[in-house]
Design a binder for this molecule. Structure first.
Ligand SMILES: [Zn+2]
Length: 571
């Protein structure tokens, strides 16, 4: 198949969206983007696919927690997805529904999907969150900026493989290709696609994604006018990506891919801003937008006779927790009372909140935000006592002189609010550990308890039970204790959020939203995993996949399931 791109039609479609968004600069930039990228060339004589192993349709849904999805399926509210899973009414004789999978910490998109698609935790793959600091390069990585608005890095995920370049371990696709050099892999819109043959995205999807912040602002504006945020703009993301995959599958000259990944993202984006709250918003969205889109995808696959022994694997990255849409609860980066405001008062110089800073801008601290959590990275301040000099970020900070004073400042302020009154009582846990050089395996986080003292996480949680938090110690170890564990910061802050029953008592590190995630709570962390194949009974599937998942599976196990299913011979 010759490398081609088929951009024409979609660009016209997105022009309409853009005129309403009035983002002319981005339009010009993005109109040049192909809607499809061939990532690798296949030699003319090479087989076009690898049909001796069972094919897989992988459906990652963004921001859908387990209870919500399973409840809707069991109530028969998602008929097209039910069909795809070979369900009959409320019964699923050919599907295994896992009841134990928990997301990464933080329960957030970039860390979670990287974990799913590599099979190793953040402390190994290095993507600690939607934004994080790479000390050895002295640079920020922000595939989905939270502490500032900038759509460019998100666009670059699709145009330049930005996420691919941040991940330092092989993906599931690369591991499959090592076993089967001719495997044909298509990935639609998912952020990580190293090892795939083809990345598919509709131009309008990328445009809308790029304009996500614009959409959110538009949603705010609509709310001020007494209108609801316009869900159609979010729906277009998913409808377009499915349409794009459908178009690609229509070409009878191309084999249907052995592995087809189709990422649906609108559920999460809409849940963040929906006035009706994330649960109602996601239910309606899944029913009215995602399910019909899946119907279109499934019927095209049936047309190509490509479903009869194909594994269908459905999962998600995290749940959602309603929060208050106001500056009291949004612990963003603006103002003296903000987290960086506190850091300045404590004598630190935070890095400006933007993707790139000029060489002459120096800083000795970096704050990265991510909803329920935030990371603080500190320099060895003895390397930059003169504020005109850049700190040596390759060195770890000194525990007593650089880390503990700031941990103490956050701790004290949380009790008395003297440095930053607005932040008083907003933090649940302040975590820290003795820093190690970045090349070494990092220690797990401990809980800072004041006066320069810390307590191991397990012992602390025993003394101070957090009944809504699950697998906290294990997941924070996955995040922090490894060769790239320093990317979770020298200090990690967990806001009161997933530990609180009501939105009025929940805080989040981001600009104003109506829902966020990231905490270790059940609500944010319990994710679905459905594995279906119409050639097998539910019990037979259970017998195949439970040894791969183990007893208390965390998100990295999904990769083992995908590899395991694909390893079998096709019957
Ligand atoms: Zn989200």
């Amino acid at each position: 198949m010759p490398p081609t791109s088929r951009p024409a039609l979609r660009i016209i479609a997105c022009a309409a969206l853009l005129s309403s968004c009035a983002a002319t600069v981005k339009t010009a930039e993005l109109a040049l983007i192909d809607t499809e990228r061939d990532l690798r060339e296949r030699k003319d004589e090479a087989p076009t696919s690898s049909p001796s192993h069972p094919p897989i349709l992988f459906l990652p849904f963004d921001g859908v927690n387990r209870d919500l999805l399973y409840d809707m399926l069991r109530k028969g509210e998602l008929p097209k997805l039910t069909d795809l899973l070979s369900g009959e009414g409320k019964k699923f004789p050919h599907a295994y529904f896992d009841e134990h999978l928990v997301s990464t910490m933080p329960s957030s998109t970039m860390a979670a999907w990287t974990t799913t698609m590599t099979g190793v935790p953040p402390a190994e793959h290095g993507v600690a969150g939607n934004e994080f600091f790479i000390r050895e390069d002295g640079r920020l990585a922000a595939p989905a900026p939270v502490s500032f608005n900038d759509s460019k890095p998100t666009i670059e995920i699709y145009t330049d493989g930005y996420m691919n370049s941040l991940v330092k371990v092989p993906t599931v696709y690369e591991r499959m290709r090592k076993r089967e050099p001719n495997i044909l892999i298509w990935v639609a819109l998912h952020q990580l696609y190293s090892g795939a043959d083809r990345m598919l995205f509709a131009t309008s999807t990328v445009l809308a994604k790029a304009l996500e912040e614009g959409l959110v602002e538009a949603a705010d504006f609509a709310t001020l006018q007494g209108e609801k945020p316009d869900r159609r703009k979010f729906a277009m993301l998913d409808e377009d990506v499915v349409e794009k995959v459908k178009d690609a599958l229509e070409d009878e000259d191309d084999p249907v891919p052995d592995i087809l990944t189709v990422y649906l993202t609108g559920t999460d984006l809409y849940a963040h801003v929906a006035e009706e709250g994330p649960d109602d918003a996601r239910r309606a969205y899944l029913r009215e937008v995602a399910d019909p889109a899946i119907g279109i995808l499934a019927s095209q696959l049936r047309e190509r006779d490509a479903l009869k022994d194909r594994w269908v694997v459905v999962t998600s990255d995290h749940g959602h927790t309603p929060v208050r849409h106001d500056t009291k609860h949004a612990l963003w980066t603006e103002g003296k009372d903000s987290p960086p405001g506190l850091m300045k008062k404590a004598g630190y110089r935070p890095r400006p909140f933007q993707m790139k800073v000029d060489d002459d801008v120096t800083f000795d601290a970096v704050l990265c935000e991510g909803g329920a959590t935030a990371y603080v990275y500190l320099a060895d301040r003895s390397t930059c006592t003169d504020p005109k000099l850049a700190c040596d970020w390759k060195k770890p900070p000194r525990y007593e002189e650089d880390v503990l004073p700031l941990a103490e400042a956050f701790f004290k302020n949380n009790a008395d609010g003297k440095l930053a009154p607005r932040l008083k009582g907003t933090i649940d846990l302040i975590l820290t550990r003795r820093p190690k050089p970045y090349q070494e395996v990092d220690l797990p986080f401990e809980v800072y308890i004041g006066d320069g003292k810390t307590m191991p996480m397990g012992a602390f949680l025993q003394q101070h039970p957090h009944p809504t938090y699950i697998a906290t110690e294990a997941r924070l170890r996955d995040l922090a204790a490894g060769v790239r564990g320093e990317r979770a910061g020298d200090i990690m802050l967990l806001a009161h959020n997933g530990d609180r029953e009501i939105p009025d008592e929940r805080y989040y590190f981001a600009s104003k939203y109506r829902s966020w995630h990231g905490s270790p709570s059940r609500q944010d962390s319990e994710i679905p995993l459905i594995i279906a194949n119409q050639r097998f009974t539910a019990d037979e599937i259970r017998a195949q996949v439970t040894p791969l998942l183990g007893a208390a599976p965390r998100q990295q196990k999904v990769a083992d399931v995908l590899l395991g299913l694909r390893a079998a011979r096709r019957q």
